[in-house]
Design a protein around this ligand. Structure first.
Ligand SMILES: Nc1ncnc2c1ncn2[C@@H]1O[C@H](COP(=O)(O)OP(=O)(O)OP(=O)(O)O)[C@@H](O)[C@H]1O
Ligand SMILES: [Mg+2]
Length: 293
Protein backbone atom coordinates (compact mmCIF):
# COMPACT_ATOMS: atom_id res chain seq x y z
CA UNK A 1 0.00 0.00 0.00
CA UNK A 2 1.36 3.42 -0.84
CA UNK A 3 1.24 6.75 1.00
CA UNK A 4 -1.96 8.72 0.70
CA UNK A 5 -1.63 11.72 -1.61
CA UNK A 6 -4.33 14.29 -1.07
CA UNK A 7 -2.52 17.35 -2.44
CA UNK A 8 -0.02 17.84 -5.25
CA UNK A 9 1.94 20.77 -6.58
CA UNK A 10 4.34 21.24 -9.47
CA UNK A 11 6.91 24.01 -9.44
CA UNK A 12 5.59 27.12 -11.13
CA UNK A 13 2.68 25.51 -12.97
CA UNK A 14 -0.86 26.87 -12.82
CA UNK A 15 -3.22 24.37 -11.24
CA UNK A 16 -6.94 24.07 -10.78
CA UNK A 17 -8.43 21.60 -8.36
CA UNK A 18 -11.53 19.49 -8.81
CA UNK A 19 -12.93 17.36 -6.03
CA UNK A 20 -10.52 14.56 -6.85
CA UNK A 21 -8.10 15.71 -9.52
CA UNK A 22 -5.47 18.44 -9.79
CA UNK A 23 -5.30 19.84 -13.33
CA UNK A 24 -2.07 21.47 -14.51
CA UNK A 25 -2.12 23.69 -17.57
CA UNK A 26 0.87 23.06 -19.86
CA UNK A 27 -0.23 25.27 -22.75
CA UNK A 28 -1.52 22.98 -25.50
CA UNK A 29 -1.52 20.04 -23.10
CA UNK A 30 -2.99 19.29 -19.69
CA UNK A 31 -1.65 17.15 -16.91
CA UNK A 32 -4.52 15.49 -15.04
CA UNK A 33 -3.37 14.19 -11.67
CA UNK A 34 -5.72 11.93 -9.73
CA UNK A 35 -5.18 12.33 -6.01
CA UNK A 36 -6.38 9.91 -3.33
CA UNK A 37 -9.16 12.29 -2.30
CA UNK A 38 -12.59 10.73 -2.08
CA UNK A 39 -15.94 12.48 -2.14
CA UNK A 40 -19.29 11.32 -0.80
CA UNK A 41 -22.60 13.13 -0.67
CA UNK A 42 -20.87 15.94 -2.62
CA UNK A 43 -18.25 16.53 0.08
CA UNK A 44 -14.53 15.80 -0.15
CA UNK A 45 -13.74 13.72 2.91
CA UNK A 46 -10.79 14.63 5.17
CA UNK A 47 -9.38 11.09 4.79
CA UNK A 48 -7.84 9.82 1.55
CA UNK A 49 -7.95 6.27 0.13
CA UNK A 50 -4.47 4.85 -0.57
CA UNK A 51 -3.95 3.93 -4.25
CA UNK A 52 -7.29 5.37 -5.36
CA UNK A 53 -5.73 7.97 -7.65
CA UNK A 54 -3.53 5.38 -9.33
CA UNK A 55 -6.41 2.98 -9.75
CA UNK A 56 -8.66 5.62 -11.34
CA UNK A 57 -5.92 6.74 -13.72
CA UNK A 58 -5.15 3.17 -14.75
CA UNK A 59 -8.81 2.31 -15.30
CA UNK A 60 -9.35 5.33 -17.56
CA UNK A 61 -6.13 4.58 -19.47
CA UNK A 62 -7.26 0.97 -19.93
CA UNK A 63 -10.55 2.10 -21.49
CA UNK A 64 -8.86 4.66 -23.75
CA UNK A 65 -6.79 1.80 -25.16
CA UNK A 66 -9.61 -0.73 -25.36
CA UNK A 67 -12.33 1.48 -26.79
CA UNK A 68 -10.53 2.48 -29.96
CA UNK A 69 -12.16 5.90 -29.94
CA UNK A 70 -10.37 9.14 -30.87
CA UNK A 71 -9.30 10.50 -27.48
CA UNK A 72 -7.08 13.01 -25.69
CA UNK A 73 -4.55 10.60 -24.17
CA UNK A 74 -0.87 11.23 -24.84
CA UNK A 75 0.80 9.26 -22.05
CA UNK A 76 0.48 7.96 -18.52
CA UNK A 77 4.23 7.39 -18.24
CA UNK A 78 5.76 10.12 -16.05
CA UNK A 79 9.13 9.65 -17.74
CA UNK A 80 7.56 10.98 -20.96
CA UNK A 81 6.02 14.05 -19.37
CA UNK A 82 8.90 16.52 -19.07
CA UNK A 83 7.94 17.38 -15.52
CA UNK A 84 9.85 20.29 -13.93
CA UNK A 85 13.31 19.43 -12.55
CA UNK A 86 13.14 18.35 -8.92
CA UNK A 87 9.64 16.83 -9.24
CA UNK A 88 8.99 13.85 -6.97
CA UNK A 89 8.45 11.33 -9.77
CA UNK A 90 7.34 8.60 -7.38
CA UNK A 91 4.47 10.78 -6.25
CA UNK A 92 3.23 11.49 -9.79
CA UNK A 93 3.88 8.02 -11.22
CA UNK A 94 0.74 6.09 -12.11
CA UNK A 95 -1.68 8.85 -11.15
CA UNK A 96 -0.87 11.31 -13.96
CA UNK A 97 -2.35 11.59 -17.42
CA UNK A 98 -0.76 13.82 -20.03
CA UNK A 99 -3.41 14.77 -22.57
CA UNK A 100 -4.12 17.14 -25.42
CA UNK A 101 -5.91 20.27 -24.29
CA UNK A 102 -9.18 20.67 -26.13
CA UNK A 103 -12.04 23.10 -26.34
CA UNK A 104 -14.51 21.28 -24.09
CA UNK A 105 -18.04 20.73 -25.44
CA UNK A 106 -20.19 22.24 -22.65
CA UNK A 107 -22.41 19.17 -22.28
CA UNK A 108 -22.07 16.13 -20.04
CA UNK A 109 -22.87 13.16 -22.27
CA UNK A 110 -24.67 10.90 -19.82
CA UNK A 111 -25.76 7.40 -20.86
CA UNK A 112 -28.06 5.34 -18.69
CA UNK A 113 -28.67 1.62 -18.90
CA UNK A 114 -30.59 1.48 -15.61
CA UNK A 115 -33.03 3.74 -13.79
CA UNK A 116 -31.21 5.35 -10.86
CA UNK A 117 -30.42 8.74 -9.31
CA UNK A 118 -31.92 11.80 -10.99
CA UNK A 119 -33.28 9.56 -13.78
CA UNK A 120 -35.36 7.57 -11.32
CA UNK A 121 -36.62 10.79 -9.70
CA UNK A 122 -37.73 12.26 -13.03
CA UNK A 123 -39.33 8.99 -14.13
CA UNK A 124 -41.48 8.87 -11.00
CA UNK A 125 -42.77 12.39 -11.72
CA UNK A 126 -43.26 12.20 -15.47
CA UNK A 127 -42.51 8.74 -16.88
CA UNK A 128 -39.56 10.23 -18.80
CA UNK A 129 -35.82 10.74 -18.30
CA UNK A 130 -34.51 13.94 -19.86
CA UNK A 131 -37.62 13.95 -22.01
CA UNK A 132 -37.05 10.37 -23.27
CA UNK A 133 -40.33 8.44 -22.86
CA UNK A 134 -39.98 5.08 -21.09
CA UNK A 135 -42.38 2.16 -20.58
CA UNK A 136 -44.74 2.44 -17.58
CA UNK A 137 -44.21 0.33 -14.47
CA UNK A 138 -40.41 0.39 -14.22
CA UNK A 139 -39.09 0.05 -10.68
CA UNK A 140 -36.08 1.72 -9.06
CA UNK A 141 -32.81 0.56 -10.65
CA UNK A 142 -34.67 -1.42 -13.34
CA UNK A 143 -32.72 -2.15 -16.49
CA UNK A 144 -33.95 0.00 -19.39
CA UNK A 145 -35.11 -1.67 -22.61
CA UNK A 146 -31.99 -0.13 -24.17
CA UNK A 147 -29.41 2.44 -23.03
CA UNK A 148 -30.56 6.04 -23.40
CA UNK A 149 -28.64 9.27 -23.93
CA UNK A 150 -29.58 11.86 -21.29
CA UNK A 151 -27.39 14.96 -21.57
CA UNK A 152 -26.88 17.54 -18.88
CA UNK A 153 -25.26 20.95 -18.76
CA UNK A 154 -21.90 21.38 -17.08
CA UNK A 155 -22.77 23.62 -14.14
CA UNK A 156 -19.85 25.65 -12.76
CA UNK A 157 -21.37 25.37 -9.29
CA UNK A 158 -23.63 22.80 -7.74
CA UNK A 159 -25.45 20.08 -9.59
CA UNK A 160 -25.52 19.60 -13.33
CA UNK A 161 -28.91 20.17 -14.86
CA UNK A 162 -30.55 17.45 -16.95
CA UNK A 163 -31.69 18.72 -20.32
CA UNK A 164 -33.63 17.31 -23.27
CA UNK A 165 -31.91 16.35 -26.50
CA UNK A 166 -33.65 19.28 -28.20
CA UNK A 167 -32.21 21.67 -25.62
CA UNK A 168 -28.75 20.22 -26.33
CA UNK A 169 -29.36 20.89 -30.04
CA UNK A 170 -30.08 24.54 -29.21
CA UNK A 171 -26.82 24.79 -27.27
CA UNK A 172 -24.33 22.98 -29.54
CA UNK A 173 -26.19 22.35 -32.82
CA UNK A 174 -27.89 19.34 -34.34
CA UNK A 175 -25.01 17.75 -36.17
CA UNK A 176 -22.71 17.74 -33.15
CA UNK A 177 -25.52 16.57 -30.84
CA UNK A 178 -26.30 13.59 -33.04
CA UNK A 179 -22.63 12.70 -33.35
CA UNK A 180 -22.15 12.86 -29.58
CA UNK A 181 -25.25 10.78 -28.93
CA UNK A 182 -24.17 8.14 -31.42
CA UNK A 183 -20.64 7.95 -30.04
CA UNK A 184 -21.69 8.02 -26.39
CA UNK A 185 -24.15 5.16 -26.86
CA UNK A 186 -21.59 3.12 -28.75
CA UNK A 187 -18.89 3.60 -26.10
CA UNK A 188 -21.35 2.80 -23.33
CA UNK A 189 -22.50 -0.43 -24.99
CA UNK A 190 -18.96 -1.66 -25.50
CA UNK A 191 -17.83 -0.67 -22.02
CA UNK A 192 -20.89 -2.00 -20.21
CA UNK A 193 -20.67 -5.33 -22.01
CA UNK A 194 -17.00 -5.71 -21.09
CA UNK A 195 -17.71 -4.81 -17.44
CA UNK A 196 -20.78 -7.06 -17.19
CA UNK A 197 -18.74 -10.09 -18.26
CA UNK A 198 -16.48 -9.30 -15.28
CA UNK A 199 -19.21 -8.93 -12.67
CA UNK A 200 -19.71 -5.16 -12.74
CA UNK A 201 -22.94 -3.48 -13.83
CA UNK A 202 -22.37 -0.03 -15.30
CA UNK A 203 -25.71 1.55 -14.41
CA UNK A 204 -24.87 4.88 -15.97
CA UNK A 205 -21.90 7.00 -16.86
CA UNK A 206 -20.81 10.40 -18.07
CA UNK A 207 -18.54 11.16 -21.02
CA UNK A 208 -17.00 14.45 -21.99
CA UNK A 209 -15.79 15.44 -25.44
CA UNK A 210 -13.59 18.24 -26.65
CA UNK A 211 -12.51 19.68 -29.97
CA UNK A 212 -9.18 20.54 -31.53
CA UNK A 213 -9.93 21.99 -34.97
CA UNK A 214 -11.98 19.34 -36.83
CA UNK A 215 -11.18 16.57 -34.35
CA UNK A 216 -13.75 15.53 -31.80
CA UNK A 217 -12.02 13.69 -28.95
CA UNK A 218 -13.17 11.72 -25.94
CA UNK A 219 -11.60 13.53 -22.96
CA UNK A 220 -11.56 13.63 -19.17
CA UNK A 221 -11.90 10.26 -17.40
CA UNK A 222 -13.75 7.33 -18.93
CA UNK A 223 -15.86 4.65 -17.25
CA UNK A 224 -14.25 5.00 -13.84
CA UNK A 225 -16.07 4.53 -10.53
CA UNK A 226 -15.97 8.34 -10.17
CA UNK A 227 -17.69 9.08 -13.49
CA UNK A 228 -20.10 6.13 -13.37
CA UNK A 229 -22.40 4.13 -11.16
CA UNK A 230 -20.84 0.69 -10.76
CA UNK A 231 -22.89 -2.02 -9.06
CA UNK A 232 -21.77 -5.52 -8.07
CA UNK A 233 -23.60 -7.73 -10.61
CA UNK A 234 -24.06 -10.64 -8.19
CA UNK A 235 -26.10 -8.43 -5.84
CA UNK A 236 -28.19 -6.69 -8.49
CA UNK A 237 -31.94 -6.71 -7.82
CA UNK A 238 -34.33 -3.98 -9.01
CA UNK A 239 -37.02 -2.44 -6.80
CA UNK A 240 -34.71 -0.56 -4.42
CA UNK A 241 -31.36 1.24 -4.32
CA UNK A 242 -28.23 -0.83 -5.11
CA UNK A 243 -25.01 -0.99 -3.12
CA UNK A 244 -22.28 1.00 -4.84
CA UNK A 245 -19.35 -1.16 -5.97
CA UNK A 246 -16.71 1.12 -4.49
CA UNK A 247 -18.14 3.71 -2.09
CA UNK A 248 -20.67 1.64 -0.21
CA UNK A 249 -18.55 1.14 2.91
CA UNK A 250 -17.97 4.89 3.09
CA UNK A 251 -21.62 5.78 2.62
CA UNK A 252 -22.81 3.13 5.05
CA UNK A 253 -20.35 4.19 7.69
CA UNK A 254 -21.16 7.91 7.29
CA UNK A 255 -24.83 7.05 7.73
CA UNK A 256 -24.08 5.52 11.13
CA UNK A 257 -22.51 8.79 12.34
CA UNK A 258 -24.41 11.92 13.32
CA UNK A 259 -22.92 13.87 10.40
CA UNK A 260 -25.63 16.14 8.94
CA UNK A 261 -24.21 16.36 5.34
CA UNK A 262 -24.26 20.15 5.64
CA UNK A 263 -20.97 20.59 7.50
CA UNK A 264 -17.45 19.22 7.00
CA UNK A 265 -17.55 15.41 7.21
CA UNK A 266 -15.71 13.37 9.86
CA UNK A 267 -12.50 11.38 9.19
CA UNK A 268 -12.95 7.74 8.14
CA UNK A 269 -11.87 4.87 10.42
CA UNK A 270 -8.93 2.75 9.19
CA UNK A 271 -11.12 -0.25 8.58
CA UNK A 272 -13.43 1.67 6.24
CA UNK A 273 -10.39 3.06 4.41
CA UNK A 274 -8.89 -0.42 3.97
CA UNK A 275 -12.13 -1.98 2.71
CA UNK A 276 -12.74 0.90 0.31
CA UNK A 277 -9.21 0.68 -1.05
CA UNK A 278 -9.80 -3.02 -1.62
CA UNK A 279 -12.96 -2.29 -3.66
CA UNK A 280 -11.18 0.19 -5.93
CA UNK A 281 -8.39 -2.30 -6.49
CA UNK A 282 -10.95 -5.01 -7.18
CA UNK A 283 -12.71 -2.81 -9.75
CA UNK A 284 -9.38 -2.29 -11.48
CA UNK A 285 -8.49 -5.98 -11.43
CA UNK A 286 -11.86 -7.13 -12.68
CA UNK A 287 -12.13 -4.59 -15.47
CA UNK A 288 -8.59 -4.95 -16.76
CA UNK A 289 -7.94 -8.66 -16.04
CA UNK A 290 -4.65 -7.46 -14.53
CA UNK A 291 -3.23 -7.70 -11.06
CA UNK A 292 -2.80 -4.38 -9.23
CA UNK A 293 0.63 -3.96 -7.68
N1 LIG B 1 -8.46 16.97 -22.82
C1 LIG B 1 -9.06 17.95 -22.13
N2 LIG B 1 -9.10 19.21 -22.61
C2 LIG B 1 -9.67 20.21 -21.89
N3 LIG B 1 -10.26 20.05 -20.70
C3 LIG B 1 -10.27 18.80 -20.18
C4 LIG B 1 -9.68 17.69 -20.85
N4 LIG B 1 -9.84 16.58 -20.10
C5 LIG B 1 -10.52 16.98 -19.00
N5 LIG B 1 -10.78 18.31 -19.05
C6 LIG B 1 -11.47 19.12 -18.05
O1 LIG B 1 -10.70 19.08 -16.88
C7 LIG B 1 -11.55 19.21 -15.78
C8 LIG B 1 -11.28 18.07 -14.81
O2 LIG B 1 -11.79 18.48 -13.61
P1 LIG B 1 -12.29 17.45 -12.53
O3 LIG B 1 -13.22 16.45 -13.12
O4 LIG B 1 -11.12 16.96 -11.80
O5 LIG B 1 -13.07 18.43 -11.60
P2 LIG B 1 -14.47 19.12 -11.83
O6 LIG B 1 -15.15 18.55 -13.03
O7 LIG B 1 -14.24 20.59 -11.78
O8 LIG B 1 -15.22 18.75 -10.54
P3 LIG B 1 -15.61 17.30 -10.03
O9 LIG B 1 -14.57 16.99 -9.03
O10 LIG B 1 -16.94 17.51 -9.46
O11 LIG B 1 -15.59 16.35 -11.21
C9 LIG B 1 -12.98 19.18 -16.27
O12 LIG B 1 -13.48 20.50 -16.32
C10 LIG B 1 -12.84 18.62 -17.68
O13 LIG B 1 -13.83 19.12 -18.55
MG1 LIG C 1 -15.33 16.34 -13.40
Amino acid sequence: MSTVIRETSLAGLPVSKGKVRDIYDLGDRLLLVSTDRISAFDWVLPTGIPDKGRVLTQIAAFWFQLLDEPNHLISTDVEEMDLPPGTDMELFAGRSTLCRKTEVVPIECVVRGYLAGSGWKEYQRSGTVCGVGLPAGLTECAQLPEPIFTPSTKAAEGHDENISFERMVEIVGRELSEELRRRSLRIFRRGAEHARERGIVVADTKFEFGRIGDELLLIDEVLTPDSSRFWPADQYAPGHGQPSFDKQFVRDWLSTTDWDKNSPPPPLPDEVVAKTRQKYVEAYQRLTDRKYN
